[in-house]
Design a protein around this ligand. Structure first.
Ligand code: PLP
Length: 421
């Protein structure tokens, strides 16, 4: 399998090269040249999630140096449960929050970390990953890369602007993970990372790399849970579910479209966004325009110019795209109402991101077979959730373990040289 850039101005590469490069040299995003069919999947013989992941992903690594390691990578990366929880009237919740940092980004980050470590071992190389984070992404990346031998991670976060629990998840690792509290904003952190990359001497000396969400190695593994969930749903209800996905940068939704393209038994895909309405406005007007983001309760979805739209535009011709895509915007007020409503009805607790999907289901797919995708555990957003339900959210064991660890970080001014002092 080869991967081409969405901008078509560069030669296609294999999976390992696409993973190591992140962004294509022409500034585009890597996408598969073709999609394998799931028809030959030996469902009856598959006994674990990791095994399913291997079967779904193997064709994407055909001819690549990583294929021989893929089964092991899947066992290593997907070592936590992936439950489908029944909600009400043929609706189920796909709980993607049982990984180490209690959010779905663990799937992509862990697969990427295991893949990179093995590619580096084969090539006899080491690298340093720089991540600027406003909260959640950095935690998933730090957790996934902790303990890897050939990779050092430097996490930068803005002082005083991440929650106490988020800070703990960035600073509790030690070893090959170094946390930097930057005296500045998230934009300053991002600028420092960019400047470090542009400093060619430094960048070469440390073999600098990124692990951001546009990396193919984070996207591919996310297709697997859509195959898994739609197949299970079919087994339970004898029909194809609509899948409703809380979306920001649209990586998770792109992975669902890839699963649909491969033939996963999905009826249709719907996107739930917060007050960042770029996609909804595009579907209404036909003109696509990214913009500045606005702050909402579902803050991991506060994206005004979703970068993975470029991958969706590459998958569908423009006119088909507007017909294939469905998206609705959910206000903060509706998020609050939905969390309260669902809790009173069933005792189930939604995080603010997941609540956008449940709102869309209730308003547009009530009574139809649907899976809502739960992207994070509500305990990560207890300041929002607890007052709405009038109860304490129990912290899941994996998160509790992180909160108990010793925290360690360096405080620095917003100057990238200080990262390499
Ligand atoms: C990142 C994130 C999202 C948005 O996912 P995209 O792939 O960027 O669309 C939604 N919910 C949570 C909790 C997240 O961390």
């Amino acid at each position: 399998m080869q991967y081409r850039s969405t901008r078509n101005n560069t030669e296609p590469v294999g999976a390992s090269d696409a993973i190591m490069q992140g962004l294509a040299p022409d500034g585009g995003l890597y996408i598969p040249e073709s999609f394998p069919s799931l028809i030959h999947l030996p469902y009856g013989e598959i006994s674990s999630y990791a095994e399913l992941a291997y079967e779904v992903l193997a064709p994407f690594f055909e001819g690549d140096e990583l294929l021989a390691d893929l089964a092991e990578i899947c066992v290593e990366a997907f070592d936590f449960p992936v439950p489908l929880h029944p909600l009400s009237d043929e609706a189920m919740v796909l709980e993607l929050f049982w990984g180490p940092t209690a959010a779905f980004k663990d799937f992509g980050a862990r697969f990427l970390a295991s893949s990179m470590e093995r590619i580096l071992a084969k090539r006899g190389e080491q690298l340093t990953i720089l991540v600027a984070t406003s909260g959640d992404t950095g935690g998933a990346v730090a957790a996934a890369f902790a303990g890897k031998q050939r990779i050092k991670v430097k996490v930068l976060y803005p002082k005083g602007r991440v929650s106490a629990r988020q800070q703990q998840q960035l600073t509790c690792w030690g070893g090959n993970i170094e946390a930097y509290e930057v005296d500045g904003s998230f934009d300053d952190c991002q600028r420092m990372v960019k400047e470090a990359f542009m400093d060619t001497g430094l960048s070469m000396a440390h073999n600098l790399s990124s692990a951001n969400s546009i990396n193919l190695g984070r996207l591919l593994p996310q297709s697997v849970y859509y195959v898994y969930a739609s197949q299970l749903y079919n087994g339970a209800y004898g029909k194809r579910p609509t899948i409703i996905i809380p979306s920001g940068n649209v990586g998770n939704a792109t992975a669902a479209y890839w699963a649909l393209t491969m033939g996963a038994p999905i009826k249709e895909i719907a996107l739930a966004v917060n007050e960042n309405r770029t996609i909804v406005d595009y579907l209404e007007s036909g003109t696509y325009a990214g913009r500045a983001s606005v702050q909402t309760l579902a803050n991991a979805m506060d994206v005004g110019a979703p970068s993975n739209m470029e991958r969706l535009f590459a998958l569908y011709p423009t006119d088909e795209m507007r017909a294939s895509l469905k998206a609705w915007s959910v206000s903060d007020e509706a998020i609050r109402e939905t969390i309260g409503e669902v809790y009173r009805e069933s005792g189930y607790i939604l995080c603010p991101h997941t609540a956008t999907a449940e709102r869309v289901r209730r308003d547009h797919f009530a009574g139809e077979g649907a899976i809502i995708v739960s992207t994070a555990h509500p305990a990560k957003f207890e300041e929002t959730v607890e007052p709405l339900i009038g109860a304490t959210v129990e912290v899941p064991p994996q998160l509790a373990a992180l909160l108990d660890k010793r925290s360690e970080y360096q405080s620095i001014e917003a100057d990238y040289h200080l990262l390499f002092g």
